[in-house]
Design a protein around this ligand. Structure first.
Ligand code: PRX
Length: 646
């Protein structure tokens, strides 16, 4: 394998898997054999990893495929929280650590499965007492603390979909997401710690809710974490601790249909409005339980750590539902990688003897820049598997991670997937014979992917194309909440009935997949997905801005950085103050994750004759590249003017 590498970039040779484990190798082979029997046979077998109250009737129902809807495990009944808790507390695992929490300030808490079970039951009964019903939605806006996991599982237990909003979103971002989902309940905190300082979540929530900004919200539950003084609105706001004090110790798990919604998670798309990606219970649980088990080869004694925030899909699938459904022990860390010093992550690995470490390339690049002396000063010998997610991992970062963190003894699996896919779709398996640094390699067994050209035909080796998924998979999104048409047009109609991921990719001579990044107007800043249109509409709210075009510019650490080209209204002048104001406006409207790195004032945006902004040209200018074809430009002189301003 791997000997015809004509098309592979130089220096990207294979790395032999240092993990001499015959059992894992055999498992990988068995999965491939099972997958050869077809999608239904494979996922039917995988569904045995889940405890069903009632067994399903069919694995995959394709009867509505003409309208791009597929359902999985029809007739099956289950509860996600039951799968994460109840089935573990009947045996010895009840005393096993489910979550090892490390606060940024150094405080730590261990919750066994029994502890987590008790807390989830209590919150679930309290929610029920509040009158929460299945048709409601609960918004969760919390830091990285155990209560976030408790809140999600409590919702799952009572059958109410949750909508977790990343704590880095501002009041504006929170408000938009609450209103789109018409949530009745908001669970937040007085703050969480980031770089030693509390993040004012409750203040943000108050801002979102003020002047009847979120009319659907009836109750706000506030967790005390940072000890910050906060305003409590009488009749609306209630402390989490007060609610839990007298709550019942047991709450019967709701019996859910496999296709009942489990959660909504908002993600950026190509328009200004975030997409409410809807996942259902049965297929999602089968997908995350099985991929967690096989991609991370998680064993009973492992200590697993995923650094992603729970507010993103990685946190949902591989910090909450996947690990807990497998009865695994996870580290949950609240804060940043350099507080109090740049060895914080390595100190945590050393302290808890972490064995499986799942993180993002942007973080790897940052740690790489800080130098190997930081990891070298800690004992990382407990590690046995590394994994990456969120953006393409450049071979240099891959090799550094493999060498300096994994000590050249840990397999490194690069997992490609999305909020929409719910679960890993493209990834090596830890039992593979070798890895190809920088490539996500191949589809997980039971998943079928391809790279298409514009005509919908598979590309030849070495050519770039659209990364598509050609067969349904169990954890696939079912729709976009409140936006069923957008679900059809965004994903299924470019190549009739084939899922369009929005990513570009190439296939090498061995048929292995190299994901190259987004092809649409979505940018990936430090592994966070942001729609350029969202930032543009925030900028346009400024009275002096006439037009705005946002692009993602290559950035050594973040992968991409936000770069905004702005034209001003007549009479307005570009100035350093205006740059500061515009950056702040974006932070207030969306959150710090979307803050533009550069704001460039120009007299006119480059547009095609049909009036479309030519972002590609702006990107090339920002990255200092030779400009491609400018012949469709309405006024080619614009380019020179822009180049001068840049
Ligand atoms: O562009 C791809 C990139 O992240 C996008 C999905 O973002 P999100 O829905 O926020 O989920 C992130 C975590 C799953 C994809 O369209 N992406 C994710 N993982 C990889 C990746 N790009 C390359 N390689 C990966 N392993």
């Amino acid at each position: 394998m791997g000997d015809s590498k004509k098309n592979m970039p130089a220096g990207r040779g294979d790395i032999a898997n240092p993990f001499e484990n015959q059992k894992t190798k055999k498992t990988a082979e068995q999965l491939q054999v099972l997958a050869a029997q077809g999608v239904e046979g494979f996922w039917g077998e995988m569904s045995k990893g889940i405890s069903w109250f009632k067994e399903w009737d069919t694995v995959l129902d394709e009867s509505q495929a003409a309208s791009y809807h597929w359902t999985w495990f029809n007739g099956g009944k289950l509860n996600a929280a039951y799968n994460c808790l109840d089935r573990h507390v009947t045996g010895w695992r009840k005393n096993k650590a489910a979550i090892i929490f490390e606060g940024e300030l150094g405080d730590s808490r261990v919750l066994t499965y029994q502890d987590l079970y008790r807390e989830v039951n209590k919150l679930a009964s309290a929610l029920k007492k509040m009158g929460v019903k299945r048709e409601d939605i609960v918004t969760i806006y919390l830091p990285m603390i155990p209560e976030t996991v408790i809140a999600m599982l409590a919702c799952a237990r009572v059958g109410v979909p949750h909508s977790v909003v990343f704590g880095g979103f501002s009041a504006g971002g929170l408000k938009e997401r609450i209103n789109d989902s018409s949530s009745k309940i908001l669970i937040t905190a007085d703050g969480g710690f980031r770089r030693g300082k509390p993040v004012p979540l409750k203040d943000n929530a108050d801002l979102a809710l003020e002047n009847d900004g979120c009319p659907s919200i009836e109750k706000v539950i506030v967790v005390k974490r940072a000890g910050q003084p906060v305003y409590m609105e009488p009749g609306r706001d209630v402390w989490y601790a007060d609610l839990m004090e007298n709550a019942d110790l047991y709450c019967e798990p709701e019996v859910m249909d496999a296709e009942d919604p489990l959660f909504i998670l908002y993600s950026s798309g190509t328009t200004g409005k975030p997409k409410g990606i809807l996942h259902t219970t049965g297929g999602y649980m089968v997908g995350v339980q099985s991929t967690f088990k096989y991609v991370f080869d998680c064993q009973e004694e492992d200590i697993y750590w995923c650094t992603a925030d729970i507010g993103w899909i990685t946190g949902h699938s591989y910090l909450v539902y996947g690990p807990l459904a497998n009865g695994a022990t996870s580290v949950l860390y609240e804060g940043g990688p350099d507080y109090p010093a740049r060895d914080r992550l390595w100190k945590i690995i050393e302290k808890y003897r972490v064995s499986i470490f799942y993180t993002a390339p942007t973080l790897v690049r940052l740690l790489m820049r800080w130098g190997e002396e930081w990891p070298a000063s800690c004992d990382l010998s407990s590690l046995r598997l590394l994994s990456s997610v969120g953006e393409p991992i450049n071979p240099e970062a891959w090799l550094w991670f493999f060498k300096h963190i994994g000590g050249e003894r840990c397999p490194l699996v690069d997992t490609w997937w999305q909020t929409e896919t719910g679960m890993h779709l493209i990834t090596p398996l830890p039992g593979d014979d070798w890895f190809r640094p920088g490539a996500a390699t191949r589809a997980f067994p039971g998943v079928e992917v391809a790279v298409f050209n514009e005509q919908g035909e598979p590309v030849k080796p070495g050519e770039q194309g659209f990364l598509v998924i050609t067969k349904p998979w169990p954890a696939m999104l079912r729709t976009l909440y409140n936006d069923p048409d957008r679900y059809l047009t965004t994903y299924w109609q470019q190549f009739e009935g084939v899922y369009l991921s929005g990513d570009g990719a190439m296939v090498d001579e061995d048929g292995l997949i190299w994901v190259t990044g987004r092809l649409d107007d979505v940018i990936n800043v430090s592994g966070h997905r942001i729609g350029t249109a969202e930032i543009e509409s925030a900028l346009l709210e400024h009275g002096e801005v006439a037009e705005a075009a946002v692009i993602g510019k290559k950035h050594d650490l973040k992968g991409q950085a936000v770069c905004a080209f702005v034209t001003l209204r007549i009479g307005a002048q570009g100035s350093a103050e205006l740059v500061t104001d515009l950056k702040q406006l974006v932070v207030n409207k969306i959150g710090a994750l979307a803050r533009p790195e550069d704001i460039i004032f120009i007299s006119e945006l480059p547009k095609t004759r049909s009036g479309k902004i030519m972002r590609r040209l702006l990107r090339d200018i920002a990255e200092g590249k030779v400009l491609g074809d400018t012949s469709t430009l309405m006024d080619p002189a614009v380019i020179n003017a822009i180049k001068k301003s840049y």
